[in-house]
Design a protein around this ligand. Structure first.
Ligand SMILES: [Zn+2]
Ligand SMILES: [Zn+2]
Length: 113
């Protein structure tokens, strides 16, 4: 038997449960606009200038939670997993991250002198 509310807002995946979540996978990155004719236009354009997410309506059973308030539809969850680098590249990436962090600490020391 269907849950109440399913008819108005069914889950896109199972179609049985009520969709209470929207997929948070970013499908389009927005850097906002740089040029605007006026400050007002700039503000309007950037007020909603956040990254565009998938927003597929899904139920909690069909969603994959990938962090704080981040739920993904099964399709994008697969992509999310594929986005991870394979072992050797991941090690190189982490080495570079460590360099950046070390560099940051180094810079901070200079500031305190
Ligand atoms: Zn579902
Ligand atoms: Zn999605």
């Amino acid at each position: 038997m269907n849950e109440p509310g399913v008819f108005e807002n069914p889950c896109s995946i199972c179609g049985v449960k009520k969709a209470t979540l929207l997929c948070d996978y970013v499908i389009k990155y927005s850097n906002g606009i740089i040029f605007a004719r006026s400050w007002k236009q700039f503000q309007e354009a950037n007020a909603t200038g956040h990254n565009e997410t998938c927003d597929l309506p899904i139920c909690p059973d069909c969603s994959k939670n990938v962090g704080h308030h981040a739920d993904m539809c099964p399709h994008h969850y697969k992509l999310h997993l594929q986005a991870k680098l394979p072992g050797d590249l991941e090690i190189k990436r982490l080495r570079q991250k460590a360099k950046i962090i070390e560099g940051g600490i180094h810079d901070a020391r200079y500031l305190h002198r």
